[in-house]
Design a protein around this ligand. Structure first.
Ligand SMILES: *[C@@H]1O[C@H](CO)[C@@H](O)[C@H](O)[C@H]1NC(C)=O
Ligand SMILES: *[C@@H]1O[C@H](CO)[C@@H](O)[C@H](O)[C@H]1NC(C)=O
Length: 267
């Protein structure tokens, strides 16, 4: 017989996701279609994000993790680790490793979530690496409702720090990103793998994590008095506790750092 706790965890998963988990697909025709090469990268991104989320989940289930310095730094001292695991990381476990394709984003439903690949020239093409559009967002008009994860060209190239400064690469593996983290005390959030960004982006995707768990990009006023989004690791730790648990980037940092350079229990 399953222990009582496990049964309730399974029931929770069933109740939370039965019939609700979206159909995840990649657009492969028409405007904003993802090329064959990009589709390969997207598939790798999904595997990386699933691995990051799975190890974040495992860390969050460990006893006393809520008292660890990394957890407190990213979620504050009153957050509930199991809650965070179930709401923000468990859905990745249900994501197909290799999504099917869809040839148009017309006439999809609120239960569909589609990866698209806008080219240079699309709105936000140079300001964001990816952006999430939810069914209830009004900006494309009510006749064009959609759940999209838009992956812009800048997701497919990276500026990576090295001993002589920086160089540009078109892929960035998790181990390479880890070396970049270790090499720099201030880690530039541009040099993170696509899987990291997907963990972030999915925190905005209501069809994926549920409207109640929707996260935002919290604003932070830096030492020069400039208001920025709290993407950087220092900013993610410096915002106060309540914003921490609604800042999408804090989930990405938690997953990334506990898979790579932070260990639990810490010393
Ligand atoms: C989360 O981790 C716990 C403990 O390792 C495990 O029992 C559970 O299946 C994991 N959940 C997911 C969705 O991976
Ligand atoms: C979407 O629905 C409209 C109206 O029914 C139809 O004209 C159009 O062809 C459909 N588009 C696709 C891609 O199926």
């Amino acid at each position: 017989m399953l222990p009582r706790l496990l049964i309730s965890a399974l029931l929770f998963a069933f109740v939370a996701f039965a019939g609700a988990f979206p159909h995840i697909r990649i657009l492969n025709e028409g405007d904003d279609a993802c090329s064959k090469e990009k589709i390969e990268r997207i598939n790798q991104m999904i595997l990386d994000a699933k691995n990051l989320a799975s190890s974040a989940n495992d860390t969050l289930y460990k006893p006393n993790v809520a008292k660890s310095s990394g957890f407190v730094a990213l979620f504050g001292s009153n957050a509930n680790p199991i809650d965070i695991a179930n709401k923000h990381f468990a859905p990745f476990n249900m994501t197909p490793d290799v999504p099917k394709f869809v040839s148009s984003v017309q006439n999809l439903t609120a239960k569909d979530l589609t990866f698209t690949c806008p080219t240079y020239g699309a709105p936000k093409d140079t300001t964001a690496r990816m952006s999430t559009r939810n069914w209830d967002d009004g900006d494309d008009g009510p006749d064009q409702r959609n759940n999209l994860i838009r992956i812009y060209p800048s997701s497919f190239e990276y500026v990576v720090p090295d001993s002589t400064g920086w160089h540009v690469v078109d892929t960035l593996s998790v181990p390479t990103a880890v070396r970049a983290v270790i090499a720099k005390t201030w880690f530039d959030e541009k040099a993170v793998p696509m899987g990291f960004t997907l963990v972030h982006e999915m925190q905005h995707a209501d069809a994926f994590i549920g409207t109640k768990n929707h996260c935002i990009d919290v604003k932070y006023t830096n030492t020069e008095g400039k208001t920025v989004k709290a993407y950087g690791l220092q900013q993610a730790q410096r915002i106060t506790a309540a914003p921490k648990v609604v800042n999408a980037q804090n989930y990405a940092w938690f997953a990334f750092l506990y898979r790579t350079v932070w260990v639990f229990p810490d010393k």
